[in-house]
Design a protein around this ligand. Structure first.
Ligand code: ATP
Ligand code: MG
Length: 485
């Protein structure tokens, strides 16, 4: 590594090892994380820490990168590379000079409190940083002067609770006012926990900080319970959500099993992508049919949902349907004639597909088929969002928080953290919001689900399948539009 000029890693020459692997070229890679002006010059306090003294390969080199693709065909590129996360030998901030703040924005998700706790404890225990501020109530907390001093003692038990200790809000992002406030308070590390909207706001803060020439590290920790960030392996809270969803599905199953012609409908999260519904279904085995936004379905006629329900009722006497909140929105919107509504952040508000679906099924069987059915509708979405994270997510949140702390201390900025091919990495903020991950209908996982539930694929012909694959692409474009609101 020769220098960090222009935010690009510049190398003298490729080593012999690398020349054997031609697709691995590090020069001129603008997707690598940005850093603050000047090189980090202070020794990392971790050198004196017992924990790190026993680890053989203690520090991560700024040259260590993680490739986005590990399965490639001969001669095909490995995709983009990201910096590997971890503590570095030199740090940018002296312990006593670091002044950090943490803010949480957007909806709730299991694990936010663990991330807050581990940023505070990580900064304090690993780097001796004592000056840590909690900004309360989301972005507007920066300028409405609501802050709380955070110490390991204050945050000690918060991971056992759901929600966010710092509270949250939608709307209210004012880049100028926020950066003015960061400047006034002499904050030099900003940790921002939140979803796609929050990370777009974080990118604006980073740009403004850079424009003003401030030496402030901006670190984002991406939050999405839906697991819809394309670049990282998975998002925190997803695992907990899939696990908690089992309780709702099991309850629905117990209910419908106990009555005649029981039909259970469970609505799960998933505005634009059906990962929670898909994984919760795959985990459960009592689900007869899973409906997700990516897979259009139809009710009437051959191969439709009504026919399938009737078959299962004849066969088993009951059935359970899992529906992601974003599924079938086109039908619901058309029939409810509802005007499009938006929340304070400008996100489109979805109509309740669960209520719509239960109504349609009940109407069809009662009035058309003249059958008595017992409908049970469960909407556990808020109950799932509000619980604390499970063991696996707790560990994951700790790693995310530590990565963010190591990155900011090393002087990286404008970055988010997350595992890429199971290696924790620093990812430029713009990369996590540029594309939303959705379930691909031509992917193996969806095929596994269809094989597991034996539900209709709602595909009539190859031509229709092609149309749906095209539609996936259109939806991707639409998602981008929605995200840029
Ligand atoms: P989630 O969707 O998972 O609940 P989110 O972070 O996307 O989380 P939003 O309510 O959309 O939630 O946004 C959170 C915060 O980010 C709000 O304070 C909002 O003002 C701000 N924000 C949203 N979109 C943008 C944007 N495009 N530019 C700047 N700020 C934004
Ligand atoms: Mg959002």
């Amino acid at each position: 590594l020769l220098s960090r000029e222009n935010n690009h890693v510049v190398r003298a020459a490729q080593s012999s090892e690398q020349s054997e692997n031609d697709d691995f070229v590090l020069e001129d890679v603008p997707h690598l994380t940005n850093f603050l002006p000047d090189l980090p010059s202070y020794p990392n306090p971790l050198q004196k820490s017992q924990a790190y003294a026993i680890v053989k390969q203690t520090f991560v080199s700024p040259e260590d990168v993680v490739a986005q693709k590990i399965v490639t065909r001969k001669d095909s590129a490995r995709g983009v590379h990201f910096r590997r996360a971890g503590p570095q030998e030199k740090v940018y901030f002296k312990s006593e000079e670091a002044r950090a703040c943490i803010v949480t924005c957007g909806g709730l998700c299991p694990g936010i409190n663990t991330v807050i706790r581990e940023i505070v404890c990580g900064l304090n225990y690993m780097y001796g940083v004592e000056d840590i501020l909690g900004i309360e109530g989301g972005y507007r907390g920066f300028y409405s002067k609501n802050t709380i001093k955070l110490t390991p003692k204050v945050v000690n038990d918060i991971h056992k609770r759901g929600g966010t200790f710092l509270r949250t809000s939608r709307g209210g992002h004012d880049t100028q006012k926020i950066v003015d406030n960061i400047q006034d308070r002499e904050i030099n590390q900003v940790y921002i926990i939140g979803g796609d909207g929050t990370q777009k706001g974080a990118a604006l803060i980073y740009e403004e900080v850079e424009r003003r020439g401030l030496k402030v590290a901006v670190a984002g920790i991406p939050k999405t319970i839906d697991n819809d960030i394309a670049v990282i392996d998975k998002s925190f809270g997803f695992n907990t959500a899939v696990e908690e969803a089992q309780r709702a599905i099991n309850a629905a199953h117990v209910e419908v099993e106990s009555v005649e012609n029981g039909v259970g409908v469970v609505k799960l999260m998933g505005r634009y992508s059906g990962f929670i519904a898909m994984y919760a279904t795959l985990a459960n085995r009592d689900v007869d049919c899973c409906l997700i936004p990516e897979s259009p379905f139809y009710l009437e006629g051959k191969g439709g949902l009504f026919e399938f329900i009737e078959e299962r009722l004849k066969e088993n006497g009951h059935l359970v349907i899992v529906v992601a909140e974003g599924a079938g929105q086109e039908y619901v919107a058309a029939e409810m004639h509802a005007a499009e509504q938006k929340d304070a952040s400008g996100n489109r508000l979805l109509l309740d597909v669960g209520l719509w679906l239960t109504h349609k099924i009940k109407d069809h069987f009662t009035n058309v088929r003249k059958m008595t059915i017992n409908m049970k509708y469960i909407d556990p979405t808020y109950m799932i969002r509000a619980i604390p994270s499970n063991a696996s997510d707790n560990i994951y949140c700790t790693l995310l928080a530590h990565s963010a702390v190591h990155g900011a201390m090393a002087g990286y900025t404008g970055f988010t953290v997350g595992p890429v091919n199971s290696r924790h990495s620093y990812i430029p903020i713009s990369r996590v919001t540029e594309r939303q991950n959705t379930v691909s209908l031509t992917d193996r996982m969806w095929a596994r689900l269809l094989a597991s539930t034996n539900q209709p694929s709602f595909v009539i012909s190859d031509a229709l399948l092609q149309e749906r694959v095209d539609r996936e692409t259109i939806e991707e474009i639409n998602n981008k539009k929605i995200n840029s609101i």
